[in-house]
Ligand binder design. Structure first.
Ligand code: PLP
Length: 461
């Protein structure tokens, strides 16, 4: 199993190399050269198995033997041991033919824990073999950062620097990043928005002296290993509703396009998925791109679902790569156009994207109304991101069972949830002291050089 870049000129890598590399050296993202297909029998055989066992069967074909089977099973077991639910990703029913996949039972209460906990285990195991030390730099709209810090805090061979947009994350999200006491954890509050943070991460990866000097590694969803870990719950949930004999559809609250792209991979692996629906909040560039073919930037409007307040969805490049017939030069040209404001998707590529993805948008008032409506009809309290998904899913319900991904716990966004439905969602008891812990954070200008010098200083200690 080999990994190639979406821009066509970076070195071809193994799974382990792609995991440690993050962004490709030509600025592209790594994707598997071909996607392994599971047979209907192999998928049927997953019925009734534990989440961990399904995880092993789904991910193993992508590893190219990088971990031995027993070692990989051990890493998976360790990754999910800290989850607060025995099923890891339980399904609950919202209404006729509509199901909610609860992905918020991990240590930081968002779906990011599924990938981050596993990548933490895998990177640690890989580094232990070589004795290397790495510097992880990540950008976050709130949940990736807390999940990364939780996964890497206290690890021996890793420093983790997380940049978040100052003032634009919820108090729970911020405190999850600023209260860990371990010296290898560095929370940076950047004066800018999420796209600025993500752009600075890409700048650091494109500065090869810096990149090699600090041994930079990335854990944003540009990292293939993260996408891979997310493929698993598409299988576990579909199989519990009767796949492969029964087809299912998924609606995914989308920001950086990582989670929905994992669904696309699941479908390519042979999971019978009918509709794969991108749900956006008022920052609807992806909905507009898929419905009109015009992918143009027009500024991020802060919303009550902040983890989806994104314009430049990194992983959309992976989908475009396939839509353009895996033509790296075409993707390089599109991404250059994007730097100057946007691009128009070619007719052929747009047709492929439309056959693959449906899309919908949910306004702020619709998000709040959906939280209230779902509470009234099911007693389930949704977070605003999950509500965006549920609203768009309800517009696409039909004969095929619909699974909407619930991406975060409502207690991560208590103010928005309370304003919408009057209920104050409580943190689980294991996190109850979050608001009494001390915070530690460095405020930073949105400036590459300043951020780079801070990182160099901190890791030299
Ligand atoms: C990250 C995140 C999303 C968006 O997921 P992508 O993979 O970036 O599309 C949605 N909801 C929540 C709660 C998140 O943390």
């Amino acid at each position: 199993m080999r990994y190639i870049s979406t821009r066509g000129t970076a070195p071809v890598l193994t799974f382990g190399e792609a995991m440690m590399t993050g962004l490709a050296r030509d600025g592209g993202l790594y994707v598997p050269e071909s996607v392994p297909v599971l047979t209907a029998q192999e998928i049927s055989a997953m019925a009734g198995l534990s989440y961990e066992e399904i995880a092993f069967r789904v991910m193993k074909p992508f590893l190219g033997g990088f971990f031995a089977d027993d070692e990989f099973k051990g890493l998976i077991a360790a990754a999910y041991a800290g989850f607060g639910h025995a099923a890891r990703a339980p399904l609950v029913q919202l209404g006729p033919n509509h199901f909610l996949l609860e992905l918020f039972h991990g240590p930081t209460l968002a779906f990011k824990d599924f990938a981050m906990q596993l990548i933490g285990q895998m990177m640690q195991a890989a580094l232990a073999k070589t004795g290397e030390r790495i510097t992880i730099v990540g950008a976050t709209s709130g949940d990736t950062g807390s999940a990364a810090i939780e996964a890497f805090r206290g690890l021996a061979n890793v420093d983790v620097f997380i940049m978040y947009p100052h003032g634009r994350v919820s108090d729970v999200q911020r405190r999850q990043m600023t209260t860990p006491v371990e010296a290898n954890v560095h929370a940076l509050a950047v004066d800018g928005d999420f796209d600025d943070c993500q752009a600075r991460v890409k700048d650091m990866f494109n500065d090869f002296d810096f990149r090699d000097g600090v041994r930079l590694a990335g854990v944003n969803s540009i990292n293939w290993a993260r996408v891979l870990a997310q493929v698993v719950y598409y299988f576990s949930s579909a199989v519990s509703l009767g796949a492969p004999d029964r087809t299912v559809s998924f609606t995914v609250p989308t920001g950086n396009f990582g989670d929905i792209f994992a669904g696309y991979i699941a479908r390519k692996m042979g999971l019978p998925i009918d509709q794969l629906i991108v749900a956006t909040n008022q920052n609807d560039i992806l909905h507009r791109a898929i419905s009109t073919g015009v992918h143009d930037l027009n500024g991020v409007k802060p919303s009550i679902s902040p983890s989806m307040d994104i314009q430049v969805s990194s992983n959309f490049e992976r989908a475009l790569f396939d839509a353009y017939g895996r033509d790296g030069a075409a993707i390089t040209a599109l991404m250059a156009e994007l730097k100057s404001g946007g691009f128009t998707i070619s007719q052929g590529a747009l047709q492929m994207l439309r056959e693959t993805f449906a899309s919908g948008r949910c306004s702020e008032t619709e998000t709040s109304a959906t939280i209230a409506q779902v509470l009234a009809t099911t007693a389930e309290v949704l977070c605003p991101h999950s509500a965006v998904g549920v609203k768009v899913a309800m517009e696409h319900l039909g004969p095929v069972p619909m699974i909407t991904l619930a991406t975060a716990h409502p207690a991560k966004f208590p103010d928005a949830v309370q304003a919408a439905c009057g209920v104050r969602a409580n943190l689980p008891p294991r996190m109850a002291d979050l608001f009494t812990r001390n915070e530690r954070v460095t405020r930073m200008p949105n400036d590459l050089k300043s951020i780079q010098s801070l990182i160099r200083e901190r890791i030299a200690r």
